[in-house]
Design a protein around this ligand. Structure first.
Ligand code: CU
Length: 210
C-alpha cells in the first residue's frame, strides 16, 4: 500500500466509525447484595439501525457435560445454527417447549453432536428428557448490543449509538413479568454506567446458586 492509499484508508476508517458510539456498563445485584451472573442485558436503540449481520465473539454451542448444559445461558443472533455436542458417557435427549423454538434432539451419545437453527427471537428453555436436573437457556436476539453478566454481575456493551434506547435485563430466576425488567434510557455520547438491583427467586436447580 502506497503512502497516499494508506492515508485514504485511514480516513475511510475514521468515517466508517459510527458517530458518537458509547460504552454502556450495567452492573446487576440482587436485593440480598449478591452479584448476579448469567443475566442477559440487551440494548435496542430506538433509531432504526442499518441492517448488518450480527456476530458475537463466543461460540454458538451448548455442550452437555457432567449432566449440565454448558453454558447455562447462551446468547445468539436470530437465524443462528447452534450445536449441541454431548461430552458425557451417557445419552441425552435435548428438547424445548418454548414457543420461540420447540424442538427435540432424540437420544444421542458421547462425542456426537446435533444442531438446531434458531430463526425467531425469544427465550428458549432447554431440558433433557432423561435428566430432569439439566436446565439451560438459548436467548435469540436481533440486536448486536447483547451480552450476559459475568461473575461480578457486570456487562459492558461497546459501541452503542448515543440516543434513546430500550434496555432490557433478563434472568431465568428474576421475580418479574417474563423474568425481565425494561428501562427506557438515553445513552449519552460519553457512555454510561447503570447499577440495577433485581429480585431473584431461589434457583430450582440446586447445583447453581445466585
Ligand atoms: Cu440428559
Amino acid at each position: 500500500m502506497g503512502m497516499r492509499s494508506a492515508l485514504l484508508f485511514v480516513i475511510a476508517l475514521l468515517f466508517a466509525a459510527p458517530a458518537m458510539a458509547a460504552d454502556l456498563t450495567v452492573t446487576i445485584r440482587s436485593t440480598s447484595g449478591q452479584s448476579v451472573r448469567d443475566a442477559v442485558v440487551t440494548l435496542q436503540p430506538t433509531a432504526a439501525q442499518a441492517p448488518a449481520p450480527i456476530r458475537f465473539s463466543w461460540p454458538y454451542k451448548v455442550t452437555q457435560q457432567n449432566l449440565q448444559f454448558d453454558p447455562f445461558v447462551l446468547i445468539v443472533p436470530q437465524g443462528s445454527e447452534v450445536s449441541f455436542p454431548n461430552k458425557d458417557g451417557v445419552r441425552h435427549h435435548v428438547y424445548s417447549f418454548s414457543s420461540a423454538k420447540p424442538f427435540e434432539l432424540k437420544l444421542y451419545g458421547k462425542d456426537e453432536s446435533r444442531s438446531v437453527k434458531f430463526d425467531k427471537t425469544g427465550i428458549v428453555a432447554l431440558g433433557c428428557n432423561i435428566h430432569d436436573g439439566m436446565v439451560g437457556f438459548v436467548i435469540v436476539v436481533d440486536t448486536p448490543y447483547a451480552m450476559k453478566s459475568d461473575a461480578s454481575g457486570s456487562v459492558t456493551l461497546r459501541g452503542a449509538p448515543a440516543g434513546p434506547a430500550t434496555l432490557r435485563i433478563w434472568h431465568p430466576y428474576m421475580k418479574a413479568g417474563n423474568n425481565q425488567i425494561e428501562r427506557r434510557i438515553v445513552v449519552p455520547a460519553g457512555g454510561m454506567t447503570e447499577a440495577v438491583v433485581v429480585q431473584l427467586r431461589p434457583a430450582p436447580d440446586h447445583s447453581r446458586s445466585y
